[in-house]
Design a binder for this molecule. Structure first.
Ligand SMILES: NC(=O)c1ccc[n+]([C@@H]2O[C@H](COP(=O)([O-])OP(=O)(O)OC[C@H]3O[C@@H](n4cnc5c(N)ncnc54)[C@H](OP(=O)(O)O)[C@@H]3O)[C@@H](O)[C@H]2O)c1
Length: 337
């Protein structure tokens, strides 16, 4: 991390002149709707850097499912319209500081903390308190597998089936039922096993009566994590042991979680939810920063890896199409500014 202190004289000078951010480019939307229809890339005018503000240059920002949901208008917290800048997470470098005393220096790498709107743009001006030194973003499933392995916890993982490409299809993929060019299921399984997964099943493998027979020597799981809903969530519930808990943190299939009456009565299962944003905005924000630093240390030590595809910001619409699944299953799309 290149930490450099701005010479004092330069700081004093900046109190006398009105400092502006460089002209920036941003991904904007004026209405909610399909991201590939409502998003536009546009120039944005320089803004004044206030006394306690920091102007950062974005280095990278992921295209997360929740970003797409915000643009669609189906996420509970959304930026005001029109001219909302998309994106919520990212990594930035301090470009310039206001004249006030802040605990940052030009060159520092920072992440928004708590995350905040508008990371899909080249320069951002915000109060210094909105940034946390150090930073990265992660892909939930792959991280859970690796963190569980580090803590000697077994994981049983469920993935979507991958179908072979149709030799006749030249169209991009538009929904789950069309023929598409995704990597094979075995390849996807092998990748997760390499990361530390104990078992990986495709959804279709779980269409059997005695799902627990698949566990082999592994103990029945106490905790299930669900980010899909529908039949995948039902499979998670079937794996759980008596008194187990399923935490739902996403709904990729856009299908509800359905629970049999017997799961409650005879298995006494508990269902919970988790929302990172609430945690990071709560009075436990300091706890979340400690957690971020712990995770970053693991990344630096090479113990936590995640697959991503860096795409230059100039090719934003290609990255968006990949994140929308139009090119099949792709690693997390990260915009490189
Ligand atoms: N609650 C929280 O605080 C919180 C925080 C972060 C993320 N999340 C949620 O966690 C989930 C994963 O986020 P991420 O950033 O790890 O995602 P990601 O890296 O972008 O990956 C998306 C995942 O969703 C799967 N998927 C996409 N469409 C699907 C569908 N129609 N049915 C079933 N699976 C589908 C993909 O499977 P394939 O490999 O088969 O394409 C892939 O595994 C999302 O639902 C996200 O909103 C929640």
């Amino acid at each position: 991390m290149g930490v450099r202190l701005l010479p004092l004289a330069a700081r004093r000078l900046s109190t006398m002149t009105r400092q502006l951010s460089p002209p920036a480019k941003a991904v904007l939307y004026d209405d909610h709707g399909p991201p590939d229809k409502v998003l536009r890339v546009a120039e944005v005018a320089p803004v004044e850097i206030g006394e306690r503000d920091v102007c950062v240059r974005m280095l990278a920002a992921p295209i997360n499912p929740s970003d797409l949901n915000r643009i669609e208008g189906v996420y509970p917290i959304r930026p005001p319209l029109p001219a909302a800048v998309a994106g919520y997470e990212g990594l930035a470098q301090v470009h310039a500081l206001g004249s006030g005393d802040v605990d940052l220096s030009p060159g520092d790498w920072v992440i928004p903390s708590p995350p905040s709107f508008g990371t899909w743009q080249t320069y951002i001006v915000k109060p210094a308190t909105a940034w946390h030194k150090n930073g990265a973003t992660s892909i939930v499933g792959q991280c859970v597998i690796q963190l569980a392995k580090l803590h000697a916890i077994h994981t049983i993982n469920i993935i979507r089936d991958r179908y072979s490409p149709s030799p006749f299809s030249t169209q991009p993929i538009l929904d789950d039922h069309m023929p598409y060019s995704r990597p094979g299921s075995q390849q996807a399984k092998d990748k997760l096993i390499q990361l530390g997964a104990d078992q990986v099943f495709t959804e279709s493998q779980l269409n059997i009566k005695n799902i627990k027979s698949l566990l082999g020597a592994l103990p029945e799981p106490a905790l299930g994590l669900n980010c899909v809903g529908g039949s995948a969530a039902s499979a998670v519930l079937k794996f759980l042991r008596q008194g187990g808990t399923m935490v739902t943190y996403g709904g990729m299939s856009k299908k509800p979680v359905t629970v049999s009456t017997s799961s409650f009565i005879f298995k006494d299962l508990s269902l919970r939810g988790f929302w990172l944003q609430k945690w990071m905005n709560s009075d436990k924000a300091e706890e979340s920063r400690t957690m971020i630093d712990y995770l970053l240390d693991l990344v630096h030590e090479g113990k936590l890896k995640y697959e991503m595809e860096l795409t230059p910001f100039s090719e934003f619409h290609l990255a968006l199409d990949k994140a929308l699944g139009k090119h099949g299953s792709r690693p997390k799309q990260v915009l490189k500014f």
